[in-house]
Write a protein that binds this ligand. Structure first.
Ligand code: KIV
Length: 273
């Protein structure tokens, strides 16, 4: 099977086929997701929160994203692998963006990059695309601007805000983006953007009318300790399952049930093979 490419996503929009993206940060989860029908894997800067335990995505570095992208790329060969450009890796200048996006492809093995921002990123997106780097846009709630917006708030609720987001979508399309993430956008506005642009929109907390949906892997697996974003459906009670597995191990070790003679025999047979 050939890997999914950025231009194929547009064909999916035209065919009315929903696009599915999940975040992924390591080789173990990548090897599982590689066997699923997910279209795209995103090495998101959300890794700052779910992997590194930070309170925002801002401290994530290009090195962090290169490292995690490389881990995912070793196992995810059929998926469109997209890597996030972290905070301040593209905002300072077009040259900075080119150098850092280049690293995500050359060193990380990504096939595309994602960056936050609308029309103000026009020149940067255009330069990246001209350099042969596919770019996914990201508008609406932009976590890298959390200190400016004062929190993670739903965007595009007023007519004026909605029009601005539609213009942002059109700018990103004109600059050459192959798709746009719509994060935390009022569903009616997300629907209008989706109907206005010809490139696919991939929604998160933006209602059902986007061309696709993306969620953070740890959210759908229920791995987060004690909290869960309201919009994210939990398909597994991962936190509890991991806790129970670890506790069972502790119990068996303390009771002298693990390792058992039988298990040791099986293990030595496996090692001899
Ligand atoms: O960093 C991330 O995981 C993201 C998704 C939530 C779209 O940007």
């Amino acid at each position: 099977m050939k890997p999914i490419t950025a231009p194929q996503l547009k064909a999916k929009k035209q065919a009315g086929e929903k696009i599915v993206m999940l975040t992924c940060y390591d080789a173990t989860f990548a090897s599982v997701l590689e066997l699923t029908d997910v279209d795209c894997l995103l090495v998101g800067d959300s890794l700052g929160m779910v992997v590194q335990g930070r309170s925002t995505t801002l401290p994530v570095t290009v090195e962090d994203i290169v490292y995690h992208t490389r881990c995912v790329a070793r196992q995810a060969r059929q998926k469109l692998l997209i890597a996030d450009l972290p905070f301040m890796s593209y905002q300072p200048s077009v040259e900075t963006a080119l150098v850092n996006a280049g690293r995500l492809l050359k060193e990380g093995g990504a096939r595309a990059v994602k960056l936050e921002g609308g029309f103000e990123q026009f020149e940067t997106v255009r330069a990246l695309v001209r350099a042969g780097i596919p770019v996914m846009g990201h508008i609406g709630m932009e976590p890298q601007s959390v200190h400016q917006t004062g929190g993670y708030k739903i965007q595009g609720k007023t007519e004026e805000a909605s029009q601005k987001l539609i213009q942002d979508g059109l700018s990103l399309e004109e600059a050459g983006c192959f798709a746009i993430v719509l994060e935390g956008i009022a569903p009616e506005t997300a629907k209008k953007i989706t109907q206005t642009v010809s490139i696919p929109t991939i929604g998160i907390a933006s209602g059902p009318d986007c061309d696709g949906q993306v969620l953070v892997l740890y959210d759908i697996l229920g791995l987060n300790p004690g909290w869960q974003p309201k919009f994210a459906k939990k398909y597994l009670d991962g936190n509890r399952l991991v806790f129970e597995a670890a506790q069972s191990f502790v119990k068996e070790v303390r009771q002298g049930l693990y390792p058992s003679e039988q298990q040791e025999e099986k293990e030595s047979l496996r090692l001899m093979q």
